[in-house]
Design a protein. Structure first.
Length: 178
Protein backbone atom coordinates (compact mmCIF):
# COMPACT_ATOMS: atom_id res chain seq x y z
CA UNK A 1 0.00 0.00 0.00
CA UNK A 2 1.45 3.37 -0.98
CA UNK A 3 1.38 6.56 1.08
CA UNK A 4 -0.70 8.27 -1.60
CA UNK A 5 -3.46 5.63 -1.34
CA UNK A 6 -6.87 7.11 -0.47
CA UNK A 7 -7.48 7.06 3.31
CA UNK A 8 -10.85 5.79 4.56
CA UNK A 9 -12.35 5.65 8.05
CA UNK A 10 -15.22 3.20 8.61
CA UNK A 11 -17.42 3.85 11.66
CA UNK A 12 -19.53 0.71 12.13
CA UNK A 13 -20.49 -1.17 15.30
CA UNK A 14 -21.23 -4.43 13.44
CA UNK A 15 -17.75 -6.00 13.55
CA UNK A 16 -18.44 -8.51 10.75
CA UNK A 17 -19.86 -5.93 8.35
CA UNK A 18 -17.05 -3.49 9.17
CA UNK A 19 -14.43 -6.17 8.45
CA UNK A 20 -16.12 -7.05 5.14
CA UNK A 21 -16.15 -3.39 4.07
CA UNK A 22 -12.55 -2.96 5.20
CA UNK A 23 -11.30 -5.90 3.13
CA UNK A 24 -13.27 -4.81 0.10
CA UNK A 25 -11.89 -1.27 0.19
CA UNK A 26 -8.35 -2.52 0.85
CA UNK A 27 -8.58 -4.67 -2.30
CA UNK A 28 -9.44 -1.45 -4.16
CA UNK A 29 -6.27 0.25 -2.91
CA UNK A 30 -7.58 2.21 0.10
CA UNK A 31 -5.81 2.50 3.45
CA UNK A 32 -8.58 1.71 5.92
CA UNK A 33 -9.11 2.37 9.63
CA UNK A 34 -12.14 1.03 11.52
CA UNK A 35 -13.83 2.57 14.56
CA UNK A 36 -16.55 0.57 16.30
CA UNK A 37 -17.78 3.46 18.49
CA UNK A 38 -17.93 7.26 18.50
CA UNK A 39 -15.17 7.31 21.13
CA UNK A 40 -12.86 5.33 18.83
CA UNK A 41 -13.35 7.96 16.10
CA UNK A 42 -11.64 10.58 18.27
CA UNK A 43 -8.61 8.34 18.69
CA UNK A 44 -8.31 7.40 15.01
CA UNK A 45 -9.07 10.64 13.17
CA UNK A 46 -5.74 12.31 13.96
CA UNK A 47 -3.77 9.18 13.05
CA UNK A 48 -5.69 8.33 9.88
CA UNK A 49 -6.37 11.84 8.55
CA UNK A 50 -9.07 10.32 6.34
CA UNK A 51 -10.19 11.75 3.02
CA UNK A 52 -13.27 9.51 3.04
CA UNK A 53 -15.55 8.14 5.77
CA UNK A 54 -18.40 5.65 5.95
CA UNK A 55 -20.53 6.15 9.07
CA UNK A 56 -23.33 3.89 10.29
CA UNK A 57 -26.33 5.93 11.43
CA UNK A 58 -27.07 3.76 14.47
CA UNK A 59 -24.07 2.94 16.64
CA UNK A 60 -25.15 0.75 19.53
CA UNK A 61 -27.81 2.74 21.34
CA UNK A 62 -26.55 6.03 19.93
CA UNK A 63 -26.46 7.93 16.70
CA UNK A 64 -23.68 8.21 14.14
CA UNK A 65 -24.74 11.78 13.35
CA UNK A 66 -22.38 13.05 16.04
CA UNK A 67 -19.52 11.28 14.25
CA UNK A 68 -20.53 12.95 10.99
CA UNK A 69 -20.36 16.37 12.68
CA UNK A 70 -16.94 15.59 14.25
CA UNK A 71 -15.47 14.32 10.99
CA UNK A 72 -16.80 17.30 9.04
CA UNK A 73 -15.36 19.68 11.65
CA UNK A 74 -12.00 17.88 11.40
CA UNK A 75 -11.91 18.27 7.61
CA UNK A 76 -14.78 19.97 5.75
CA UNK A 77 -13.48 18.52 2.46
CA UNK A 78 -13.81 14.93 3.72
CA UNK A 79 -16.38 12.92 1.76
CA UNK A 80 -18.68 11.23 4.28
CA UNK A 81 -21.30 8.64 3.38
CA UNK A 82 -23.90 7.65 5.98
CA UNK A 83 -25.12 4.04 5.81
CA UNK A 84 -28.32 3.08 7.55
CA UNK A 85 -30.93 0.44 7.97
CA UNK A 86 -33.13 3.21 9.44
CA UNK A 87 -33.57 5.36 6.37
CA UNK A 88 -35.89 8.32 6.83
CA UNK A 89 -36.14 11.76 5.33
CA UNK A 90 -35.47 13.39 8.71
CA UNK A 91 -32.19 11.57 9.32
CA UNK A 92 -31.09 12.03 5.70
CA UNK A 93 -31.60 15.78 5.96
CA UNK A 94 -29.74 15.96 9.28
CA UNK A 95 -26.84 13.87 7.94
CA UNK A 96 -26.43 16.18 4.95
CA UNK A 97 -26.72 19.31 7.11
CA UNK A 98 -24.01 17.94 9.41
CA UNK A 99 -21.59 17.36 6.53
CA UNK A 100 -22.33 14.02 4.86
CA UNK A 101 -22.06 14.05 1.07
CA UNK A 102 -24.43 11.11 0.65
CA UNK A 103 -26.89 8.90 2.54
CA UNK A 104 -27.39 5.25 1.59
CA UNK A 105 -29.88 2.69 2.87
CA UNK A 106 -28.57 -0.77 3.71
CA UNK A 107 -27.91 -3.13 2.15
CA UNK A 108 -25.23 -1.20 0.27
CA UNK A 109 -21.94 -2.52 -1.01
CA UNK A 110 -18.53 -1.09 -1.84
CA UNK A 111 -19.63 -0.19 -5.38
CA UNK A 112 -22.58 1.81 -4.01
CA UNK A 113 -20.36 3.63 -1.52
CA UNK A 114 -17.69 4.49 -4.10
CA UNK A 115 -20.39 5.74 -6.45
CA UNK A 116 -21.73 7.92 -3.62
CA UNK A 117 -18.25 9.40 -3.05
CA UNK A 118 -18.10 10.35 -6.74
CA UNK A 119 -21.57 11.95 -6.66
CA UNK A 120 -20.74 14.37 -3.84
CA UNK A 121 -21.38 17.46 -5.98
CA UNK A 122 -25.05 16.70 -6.57
CA UNK A 123 -27.04 16.65 -9.77
CA UNK A 124 -29.43 19.47 -10.69
CA UNK A 125 -31.02 17.42 -13.47
CA UNK A 126 -32.50 14.75 -11.17
CA UNK A 127 -36.16 14.43 -12.16
CA UNK A 128 -38.78 15.53 -9.67
CA UNK A 129 -41.21 12.70 -9.21
CA UNK A 130 -44.74 13.27 -8.04
CA UNK A 131 -45.30 10.53 -5.52
CA UNK A 132 -48.00 10.36 -2.93
CA UNK A 133 -46.96 9.34 0.54
CA UNK A 134 -48.98 6.77 2.44
CA UNK A 135 -50.10 7.24 6.02
CA UNK A 136 -47.85 4.30 7.03
CA UNK A 137 -44.83 5.97 5.44
CA UNK A 138 -45.60 9.28 7.16
CA UNK A 139 -45.99 7.47 10.48
CA UNK A 140 -42.72 5.60 9.98
CA UNK A 141 -40.87 8.81 9.12
CA UNK A 142 -42.32 10.57 12.18
CA UNK A 143 -41.27 7.65 14.40
CA UNK A 144 -37.72 7.79 12.96
CA UNK A 145 -37.55 11.55 13.36
CA UNK A 146 -38.61 11.32 17.00
CA UNK A 147 -36.23 8.41 17.64
CA UNK A 148 -33.36 10.53 16.31
CA UNK A 149 -34.45 13.51 18.46
CA UNK A 150 -34.45 11.33 21.60
CA UNK A 151 -31.15 9.60 20.87
CA UNK A 152 -32.99 6.34 20.04
CA UNK A 153 -34.65 6.20 23.48
CA UNK A 154 -37.75 4.03 22.96
CA UNK A 155 -39.58 5.09 26.15
CA UNK A 156 -39.10 8.81 25.51
CA UNK A 157 -40.05 8.40 21.84
CA UNK A 158 -43.29 6.63 22.80
CA UNK A 159 -44.08 9.39 25.32
CA UNK A 160 -43.52 12.14 22.74
CA UNK A 161 -45.64 10.32 20.16
CA UNK A 162 -48.44 9.73 22.68
CA UNK A 163 -48.41 5.97 22.34
CA UNK A 164 -47.76 3.10 24.67
CA UNK A 165 -44.16 1.88 24.73
CA UNK A 166 -45.23 -1.68 23.78
CA UNK A 167 -47.19 -0.35 20.80
CA UNK A 168 -44.09 1.45 19.56
CA UNK A 169 -41.98 -1.67 20.15
CA UNK A 170 -44.45 -3.73 18.06
CA UNK A 171 -44.30 -1.18 15.22
CA UNK A 172 -40.49 -1.29 15.30
CA UNK A 173 -40.53 -5.11 15.22
CA UNK A 174 -42.63 -5.04 12.03
CA UNK A 175 -40.14 -2.74 10.31
CA UNK A 176 -36.87 -2.99 12.26
CA UNK A 177 -34.43 -0.12 12.37
CA UNK A 178 -31.36 -2.27 11.72
Amino acid sequence: MTDDAPRLLIVEDDVTFARTLQRSFERRGYRVWVAHSPEAVDALVDEAEPEFAVVDLKLGNGSGLGCVAKLHAFDPAMLIVVLTGFASIATAVEAIKLGACHYLAKPSNTDDIEAAFSKAAGNVSVPIAGRTTSIKTLEWERINETLAETGFNISETARRLGMHRRTLARKLEKKPLT
